[in-house]
Unconditional design. Structure first.
Length: 141
């Protein structure tokens, strides 16, 4: 686990914004986990009777879709270049790719990253919320 740093950080991204991202990312992770629990209504069980335990409500089901993922994608997409680089650096520190005292290097590397959008990159991480939380904790923000 990354060490916590006791120093003042001059962040472009507001730590409260990061905490909002953490809450949304954790909510998404929880929803995903709930969908795959044994006995979930989404589970399709085929046996000698060939039955489907999922009840499809047509368009009504589509309209009730949780917008948390889209909201998070839009919030991340609205970040400026400096904020996006810092968000990525926080994830990297949180998952142990960098130590907190390597903050400057992590942010510089994140700025050089040219692979897809920041939102797609981050939302593809299964532990995004936990890594952001660990990154904030590591830098003491």
């Amino acid at each position: 686990m990354p060490r916590r740093q006791d120093r003042e950080w001059d962040l472009a991204i507001d730590p409260e914004t990061v905490r909002l991202f953490i809450l949304k990312a954790k909510a998404l992770s929880a929803d995903l986990a709930d969908d795959y629990e044994d006995g979930s209504e989404h589970e399709v069980e085929l046996d000698d009777l060939a039955r489907d335990s999922h009840h499809h409500d047509g368009l009504a089901e589509e309209e009730s879709e949780d917008l948390t993922a889209e909201e998070l994608r839009e919030l991340i997409g609205d970040l400026n270049v400096d904020e996006a680089a810092e968000l990525i650096a926080l994830v990297w520190i949180g998952r142990g790719d960098y130590e907190a005292d390597e903050w400057t290097e992590a942010v510089a590397e994140a700025r050089q990253r040219n692979r897809g959008t920041t939102a797609s990159y981050l939302m593809g991480m299964p532990m995004l919320g936990s890594w952001l939380e660990a990154g904030l904790d590591a830098i003491g923000a």
